[in-house]
Design a binder for this molecule. Structure first.
Ligand code: PMP
Length: 290
Protein backbone atom coordinates (compact mmCIF):
# COMPACT_ATOMS: atom_id res chain seq x y z
CA UNK A 1 0.00 0.00 0.00
CA UNK A 2 1.25 3.43 -1.01
CA UNK A 3 1.09 5.96 1.85
CA UNK A 4 -0.86 8.37 -0.39
CA UNK A 5 -3.52 5.75 -1.09
CA UNK A 6 -7.04 7.03 -0.54
CA UNK A 7 -10.44 5.46 -0.03
CA UNK A 8 -13.94 6.71 -0.70
CA UNK A 9 -16.08 4.62 1.63
CA UNK A 10 -19.85 5.00 1.47
CA UNK A 11 -19.56 8.73 0.73
CA UNK A 12 -16.58 9.62 2.92
CA UNK A 13 -13.08 10.27 1.61
CA UNK A 14 -10.25 9.14 3.90
CA UNK A 15 -6.70 7.75 3.87
CA UNK A 16 -6.79 4.08 2.88
CA UNK A 17 -5.07 3.15 6.16
CA UNK A 18 -8.04 4.65 8.06
CA UNK A 19 -10.78 2.92 6.03
CA UNK A 20 -12.51 -0.09 7.56
CA UNK A 21 -15.66 -2.16 7.15
CA UNK A 22 -17.29 -4.71 9.50
CA UNK A 23 -15.65 -8.14 9.49
CA UNK A 24 -19.04 -9.82 9.03
CA UNK A 25 -19.41 -8.24 5.57
CA UNK A 26 -20.33 -11.06 3.19
CA UNK A 27 -17.73 -9.69 0.79
CA UNK A 28 -15.16 -10.97 3.27
CA UNK A 29 -17.08 -14.01 4.55
CA UNK A 30 -18.01 -15.37 1.11
CA UNK A 31 -16.46 -13.22 -1.64
CA UNK A 32 -20.01 -11.97 -2.18
CA UNK A 33 -19.64 -8.80 -4.20
CA UNK A 34 -18.43 -7.33 -7.48
CA UNK A 35 -15.58 -5.04 -8.48
CA UNK A 36 -13.81 -3.09 -11.19
CA UNK A 37 -10.23 -1.96 -11.75
CA UNK A 38 -9.73 1.31 -13.62
CA UNK A 39 -6.52 3.09 -14.67
CA UNK A 40 -5.91 6.77 -14.05
CA UNK A 41 -3.85 8.42 -16.77
CA UNK A 42 -3.20 12.17 -16.71
CA UNK A 43 -5.59 12.49 -13.73
CA UNK A 44 -8.44 10.98 -15.72
CA UNK A 45 -10.15 7.62 -15.34
CA UNK A 46 -9.64 5.71 -18.61
CA UNK A 47 -12.84 4.33 -20.19
CA UNK A 48 -14.73 5.02 -16.96
CA UNK A 49 -18.22 4.61 -18.41
CA UNK A 50 -17.34 1.15 -19.82
CA UNK A 51 -16.13 0.07 -16.38
CA UNK A 52 -19.21 1.44 -14.62
CA UNK A 53 -21.47 -0.30 -17.16
CA UNK A 54 -19.71 -3.62 -16.50
CA UNK A 55 -19.95 -3.06 -12.73
CA UNK A 56 -23.69 -2.48 -13.00
CA UNK A 57 -24.15 -5.65 -15.10
CA UNK A 58 -22.01 -7.74 -12.73
CA UNK A 59 -24.06 -6.48 -9.76
CA UNK A 60 -27.34 -7.17 -11.55
CA UNK A 61 -26.20 -10.70 -12.36
CA UNK A 62 -25.62 -11.47 -8.68
CA UNK A 63 -28.83 -9.63 -7.62
CA UNK A 64 -26.90 -6.96 -5.73
CA UNK A 65 -28.19 -3.40 -5.56
CA UNK A 66 -25.49 -0.77 -5.94
CA UNK A 67 -26.41 1.94 -3.43
CA UNK A 68 -25.22 4.77 -5.74
CA UNK A 69 -26.06 5.76 -9.31
CA UNK A 70 -23.46 6.06 -12.07
CA UNK A 71 -23.38 9.87 -11.72
CA UNK A 72 -22.62 9.57 -7.99
CA UNK A 73 -19.87 7.04 -8.71
CA UNK A 74 -18.37 9.23 -11.43
CA UNK A 75 -18.34 12.20 -9.02
CA UNK A 76 -16.83 10.05 -6.25
CA UNK A 77 -14.06 8.83 -8.57
CA UNK A 78 -13.35 12.39 -9.69
CA UNK A 79 -13.18 13.49 -6.05
CA UNK A 80 -10.67 10.69 -5.37
CA UNK A 81 -8.53 11.55 -8.40
CA UNK A 82 -8.51 15.25 -7.44
CA UNK A 83 -7.34 14.38 -3.93
CA UNK A 84 -4.87 11.68 -5.06
CA UNK A 85 -1.31 12.91 -5.24
CA UNK A 86 -0.29 11.41 -8.61
CA UNK A 87 -0.81 11.89 -12.33
CA UNK A 88 -1.39 8.20 -12.90
CA UNK A 89 -2.57 5.33 -10.76
CA UNK A 90 -5.20 2.69 -10.34
CA UNK A 91 -8.73 2.75 -8.96
CA UNK A 92 -10.45 -0.25 -7.42
CA UNK A 93 -14.24 -0.05 -7.15
CA UNK A 94 -15.96 -2.66 -4.97
CA UNK A 95 -19.52 -3.30 -3.93
CA UNK A 96 -19.92 -5.91 -1.22
CA UNK A 97 -23.14 -7.57 -0.07
CA UNK A 98 -22.59 -5.86 3.29
CA UNK A 99 -22.67 -7.06 6.90
CA UNK A 100 -24.91 -9.99 7.75
CA UNK A 101 -25.18 -13.18 9.73
CA UNK A 102 -22.50 -15.85 9.57
CA UNK A 103 -24.64 -18.04 7.32
CA UNK A 104 -24.20 -17.48 3.59
CA UNK A 105 -27.78 -16.42 2.96
CA UNK A 106 -27.58 -12.80 1.75
CA UNK A 107 -31.20 -12.16 2.77
CA UNK A 108 -30.22 -10.39 5.99
CA UNK A 109 -27.55 -8.21 4.36
CA UNK A 110 -29.25 -4.86 4.19
CA UNK A 111 -26.51 -2.35 3.49
CA UNK A 112 -23.93 -3.02 0.75
CA UNK A 113 -20.55 -1.36 1.25
CA UNK A 114 -19.39 0.88 -1.58
CA UNK A 115 -15.62 1.10 -1.54
CA UNK A 116 -13.43 2.99 -4.02
CA UNK A 117 -9.65 2.98 -3.58
CA UNK A 118 -7.04 5.07 -5.41
CA UNK A 119 -3.55 3.60 -5.25
CA UNK A 120 -0.77 2.33 -7.52
CA UNK A 121 -0.72 -1.12 -9.09
CA UNK A 122 2.09 -2.94 -10.80
CA UNK A 123 1.30 -6.39 -12.20
CA UNK A 124 4.76 -7.53 -13.29
CA UNK A 125 8.26 -6.13 -12.80
CA UNK A 126 9.70 -3.70 -15.33
CA UNK A 127 12.11 -6.25 -16.86
CA UNK A 128 9.28 -8.67 -17.67
CA UNK A 129 7.20 -5.79 -19.02
CA UNK A 130 9.99 -4.85 -21.43
CA UNK A 131 11.58 -8.20 -22.23
CA UNK A 132 8.50 -10.36 -21.98
CA UNK A 133 6.71 -12.27 -19.27
CA UNK A 134 7.26 -15.96 -18.61
CA UNK A 135 4.05 -17.96 -18.34
CA UNK A 136 2.94 -21.42 -17.37
CA UNK A 137 -0.27 -23.23 -18.19
CA UNK A 138 -1.96 -23.65 -14.82
CA UNK A 139 -3.43 -26.93 -13.65
CA UNK A 140 -6.26 -24.85 -12.15
CA UNK A 141 -9.19 -24.47 -14.53
CA UNK A 142 -11.36 -21.40 -15.07
CA UNK A 143 -14.78 -21.79 -13.43
CA UNK A 144 -17.33 -22.93 -16.02
CA UNK A 145 -19.98 -20.45 -17.17
CA UNK A 146 -22.72 -22.64 -15.70
CA UNK A 147 -20.96 -22.34 -12.34
CA UNK A 148 -20.05 -18.66 -12.39
CA UNK A 149 -20.31 -16.79 -15.68
CA UNK A 150 -16.84 -15.41 -16.54
CA UNK A 151 -18.43 -12.12 -17.56
CA UNK A 152 -19.37 -11.43 -13.94
CA UNK A 153 -16.47 -9.62 -12.31
CA UNK A 154 -17.15 -10.97 -8.84
CA UNK A 155 -14.96 -10.89 -5.75
CA UNK A 156 -14.54 -14.66 -6.12
CA UNK A 157 -11.02 -14.99 -7.59
CA UNK A 158 -9.79 -17.98 -5.63
CA UNK A 159 -9.09 -20.23 -8.61
CA UNK A 160 -7.19 -17.37 -10.28
CA UNK A 161 -5.24 -16.91 -7.06
CA UNK A 162 -4.39 -20.64 -7.00
CA UNK A 163 -3.16 -20.33 -10.58
CA UNK A 164 -1.02 -17.33 -9.58
CA UNK A 165 0.42 -19.30 -6.65
CA UNK A 166 1.34 -22.03 -9.14
CA UNK A 167 3.13 -19.39 -11.27
CA UNK A 168 4.92 -18.07 -8.18
CA UNK A 169 6.04 -21.59 -7.23
CA UNK A 170 7.28 -22.17 -10.78
CA UNK A 171 9.26 -18.89 -10.58
CA UNK A 172 7.44 -17.29 -13.53
CA UNK A 173 5.33 -14.15 -13.95
CA UNK A 174 1.87 -15.35 -14.86
CA UNK A 175 -0.36 -18.38 -15.41
CA UNK A 176 -2.84 -19.18 -18.15
CA UNK A 177 -6.12 -20.78 -17.08
CA UNK A 178 -7.76 -23.28 -19.39
CA UNK A 179 -11.49 -23.89 -19.41
CA UNK A 180 -13.07 -27.19 -18.35
CA UNK A 181 -12.59 -28.51 -21.91
CA UNK A 182 -8.85 -27.79 -21.82
CA UNK A 183 -8.98 -24.83 -24.20
CA UNK A 184 -7.40 -21.45 -23.47
CA UNK A 185 -9.50 -19.09 -21.34
CA UNK A 186 -7.35 -16.22 -19.98
CA UNK A 187 -4.62 -15.17 -17.57
CA UNK A 188 -5.20 -14.68 -13.83
CA UNK A 189 -6.17 -11.02 -14.33
CA UNK A 190 -5.75 -10.49 -18.06
CA UNK A 191 -6.88 -11.61 -21.49
CA UNK A 192 -4.52 -13.41 -23.85
CA UNK A 193 -3.77 -12.84 -27.53
CA UNK A 194 -1.51 -14.59 -30.02
CA UNK A 195 -0.30 -13.74 -33.50
CA UNK A 196 0.06 -16.49 -36.08
CA UNK A 197 0.93 -15.78 -39.72
CA UNK A 198 0.21 -12.06 -39.21
CA UNK A 199 -3.29 -12.81 -37.92
CA UNK A 200 -4.32 -11.73 -34.39
CA UNK A 201 -6.23 -14.37 -32.43
CA UNK A 202 -7.94 -14.43 -29.05
CA UNK A 203 -10.51 -16.81 -27.57
CA UNK A 204 -14.17 -15.73 -27.45
CA UNK A 205 -15.42 -14.87 -23.95
CA UNK A 206 -17.67 -17.94 -24.12
CA UNK A 207 -14.43 -19.94 -23.71
CA UNK A 208 -14.16 -18.60 -20.16
CA UNK A 209 -12.68 -15.11 -20.46
CA UNK A 210 -13.80 -11.86 -18.92
CA UNK A 211 -15.11 -9.37 -21.48
CA UNK A 212 -11.98 -7.30 -21.04
CA UNK A 213 -12.22 -3.61 -21.79
CA UNK A 214 -8.57 -3.56 -22.91
CA UNK A 215 -9.26 -6.67 -25.01
CA UNK A 216 -12.14 -4.87 -26.71
CA UNK A 217 -9.95 -1.85 -27.47
CA UNK A 218 -7.12 -4.02 -28.83
CA UNK A 219 -9.54 -5.82 -31.15
CA UNK A 220 -10.81 -2.43 -32.40
CA UNK A 221 -7.28 -1.08 -32.86
CA UNK A 222 -6.17 -4.18 -34.76
CA UNK A 223 -9.11 -3.91 -37.14
CA UNK A 224 -8.46 -0.20 -37.65
CA UNK A 225 -4.82 -1.00 -38.44
CA UNK A 226 -5.89 -3.52 -41.10
CA UNK A 227 -4.63 -6.51 -39.10
CA UNK A 228 -6.64 -9.67 -39.69
CA UNK A 229 -8.44 -10.57 -36.47
CA UNK A 230 -9.99 -13.90 -35.48
CA UNK A 231 -11.86 -14.49 -32.25
CA UNK A 232 -11.80 -18.28 -32.04
CA UNK A 233 -11.16 -21.09 -29.56
CA UNK A 234 -7.46 -21.76 -28.97
CA UNK A 235 -5.64 -24.81 -27.64
CA UNK A 236 -2.39 -24.99 -25.70
CA UNK A 237 -0.64 -25.97 -28.95
CA UNK A 238 -1.73 -22.65 -30.49
CA UNK A 239 0.03 -20.80 -27.67
CA UNK A 240 3.22 -22.84 -28.08
CA UNK A 241 3.16 -22.31 -31.86
CA UNK A 242 2.53 -18.55 -31.70
CA UNK A 243 4.70 -16.06 -33.55
CA UNK A 244 3.78 -13.52 -30.86
CA UNK A 245 1.80 -13.65 -27.65
CA UNK A 246 0.72 -10.91 -25.26
CA UNK A 247 -1.56 -10.16 -22.31
CA UNK A 248 -4.01 -7.30 -21.97
CA UNK A 249 -5.80 -5.82 -18.97
CA UNK A 250 -6.37 -2.66 -17.02
CA UNK A 251 -3.71 -3.61 -14.48
CA UNK A 252 -1.53 -5.42 -17.02
CA UNK A 253 -1.97 -2.85 -19.80
CA UNK A 254 -0.09 -4.65 -22.62
CA UNK A 255 2.55 -7.20 -21.65
CA UNK A 256 4.49 -9.17 -24.26
CA UNK A 257 4.99 -12.87 -23.51
CA UNK A 258 8.49 -14.36 -23.86
CA UNK A 259 7.76 -17.99 -23.02
CA UNK A 260 5.01 -20.42 -22.06
CA UNK A 261 5.94 -23.60 -20.17
CA UNK A 262 9.55 -22.81 -21.15
CA UNK A 263 8.74 -22.86 -24.89
CA UNK A 264 10.07 -19.58 -26.31
CA UNK A 265 7.56 -17.54 -28.27
CA UNK A 266 8.68 -16.64 -31.82
CA UNK A 267 9.18 -12.90 -31.33
CA UNK A 268 8.98 -10.90 -28.12
CA UNK A 269 8.02 -8.14 -28.37
CA UNK A 270 6.92 -8.74 -31.95
CA UNK A 271 5.95 -6.20 -34.61
CA UNK A 272 2.17 -6.53 -34.16
CA UNK A 273 2.54 -6.14 -30.41
CA UNK A 274 4.64 -2.99 -30.91
CA UNK A 275 2.13 -1.51 -33.34
CA UNK A 276 -0.82 -2.18 -31.01
CA UNK A 277 1.09 -0.87 -28.01
CA UNK A 278 1.80 2.35 -29.89
CA UNK A 279 -1.84 2.72 -30.94
CA UNK A 280 -3.01 1.93 -27.40
CA UNK A 281 -0.75 4.68 -26.02
CA UNK A 282 -2.17 7.08 -28.61
CA UNK A 283 -5.76 6.33 -27.51
CA UNK A 284 -4.80 6.84 -23.85
CA UNK A 285 -3.14 10.15 -24.74
CA UNK A 286 -6.12 11.30 -26.82
CA UNK A 287 -8.70 10.40 -24.15
CA UNK A 288 -6.78 11.35 -21.02
CA UNK A 289 -4.49 14.24 -21.84
CA UNK A 290 -5.91 17.63 -20.95
N1 PMP B 1 -9.59 -11.36 -17.06
C1 PMP B 1 -9.65 -11.24 -15.72
C2 PMP B 1 -9.96 -12.46 -14.92
C3 PMP B 1 -9.44 -10.00 -15.10
O1 PMP B 1 -9.50 -9.89 -13.78
C4 PMP B 1 -9.13 -8.88 -15.91
C5 PMP B 1 -8.87 -7.55 -15.25
N2 PMP B 1 -10.04 -6.81 -15.10
C6 PMP B 1 -9.08 -9.04 -17.30
C7 PMP B 1 -9.31 -10.29 -17.84
C8 PMP B 1 -8.81 -7.87 -18.21
O2 PMP B 1 -9.95 -7.04 -18.29
P1 PMP B 1 -9.86 -5.47 -18.47
O3 PMP B 1 -9.10 -5.22 -19.72
O4 PMP B 1 -11.26 -5.01 -18.54
O5 PMP B 1 -9.15 -4.92 -17.27
Amino acid sequence: MNENALCWLNGTLLPLSAASIPVNDHGLLYGDGVFEGIRIYGRRAFRLQRHLDRLVLSARAIALNIPYGCDDLTAAIQQLIDAFDAESGYIRVMVTRGPGSLGLNPKGCEQPNMIIIADQLSMVDQTSREQGARLIISSVRRLPADGLDPRIKSLNYLNHILAKIEANHAGVDEAVLLNAQGRVAEGTADNIFIVRDACLLTPPCTEGALEGITRELILDLAEAAGIEVRVQPLGVYDLYAADECFLTGTGAELIPVASIDQRRIGQCPGPIFRKLQQDFAAVVAAECQR
